[in-house]
Ligand binder design. Structure first.
Ligand code: SAM
Length: 284
């Protein structure tokens, strides 16, 4: 008998991966958690049946959510990561010797525990001495922070369930306050392709544009996310994501990456016309 994981990307489109075996199934107070193993994508994590990451393509998401802001501000010292309990974002951050402290705020302790056991590829950085893990709702945590971070990375689930609050105007306003005077916020920004995702993407952009003076969107190709065309938001108080990028300085760090490079950094902000139009439609 064959076992397949399937996720509906729309009511009419289904994405499936053939599964070798299920390694974990459980339920926390927040969500259902599953880990599968497969030939094509290696191990993968799903929450409430939605794909979070696979061993084969997680590098694309984690490199793009991390190295883009670090190239724009190579002097980042204090970082807040909201969500990201799989550890992939922290793994990339701890490669920067200049970073002094990382607060990881993950609502669900069980996600971290399960990923530590089944996804060592992403969780290694969580034991770095600069990392403090807080098991709290990111929306509540950030309310109490002021002028504290150079960079906030919102590595959340989609805008429903526990992740819903991380797409609100209140949340983006709190992030603005929690950032230092030249702070940057980067967030996973959904996909522009299918109608429901595009709507969530436009709604997030509308809210971020009204909270930050600089707000741009960049893209990456992530095969296991709906349509494979994924967006990230880059919002900041002062720094432009391309004009202020320190490409030479970033290259001098000598970090080995598999997806990110500084030419791709500039190119990722050049969006297809239909996406630019969607963004313009919700800008003031
Ligand atoms: N790369 C993934 C994606 O875009 O599909 C995100 C992965 S990461 C596993 C997302 C994490 O955000 C989950 O572990 C989830 O528990 C956490 N999360 C959801 N809502 C949260 C909230 N309000 N505060 C903190 N963490 C939250």
């Amino acid at each position: 008998m064959e076992l397949w994981f399937s996720e509906l990307h729309t009511p009419n489109v289904k994405f499936s991966i053939k599964v070798d075996r299920q390694l974990y199934a459980g339920r926390s107070e927040f969500q259902r958690i599953d880990i599968f193993d497969s030939k094509e994508f290696g191990r993968f994590l799903t929450l409430d049946g939605y794909m979070m990451l696979t061993e084969k393509d997680e590098f694309i998401y984690h490199e793009m959510i991390t190295h883009v802001p670090l190239c724009v501000n190579p002097d980042v010292r204090n970082v807040l990561v909201i969500g990201g309990g799989d550890g992939g974002t922290v793994r990339e951050l701890v490669r920067y010797p200049g970073i002094r402290h990382i607060d990881l705020v993950e609502i669900d302790e069980l996600v971290v525990e399960v990923c530590r056991k089944y996804l060592p590829q992403t969780t290694g950085g969580l034991s770095d001495a600069r990392v403090a893990i807080h098991y709290e709702d990111g929306l509540k945590f950030v309310r109490h922070a002021k002028d504290a971070y150079d960079l906030i990375i919102v590595d959340s689930t989609d805008p429903f369930g526990p992740g819903e609050g991380l797409f609100t105007k209140e949340f983006y306003g709190s992030c603005y306050k929690a950032l230092r005077e030249d702070g940057i916020m980067v967030n996973q920004h959904e996909s522009p392709f299918y109608t429901q995702d595009a709507y969530a993407m436009q709604r997030a952009h509308k809210r971020i544009v009204s909270s930050f003076p600089i707000s741009r969107v960049y893209q990456a190709h992530i095969p296991t996310y709906p349509s494979g065309h994924w967006l990230f938001g880059f919002a900041s108080k002062k720094r432009h994501p391309v004009k202020d990028a320190h490409f030479t300085q970033w290259n001098a760090l000598g970090l080995k990456t598999r997806y990110y490079n500084t030419q791709l950094h500039a190119g990722a902000f050049a969006l297809p016309n239909y996406v630019e139009e969607m963004l313009r439609d919700v800008e003031p």
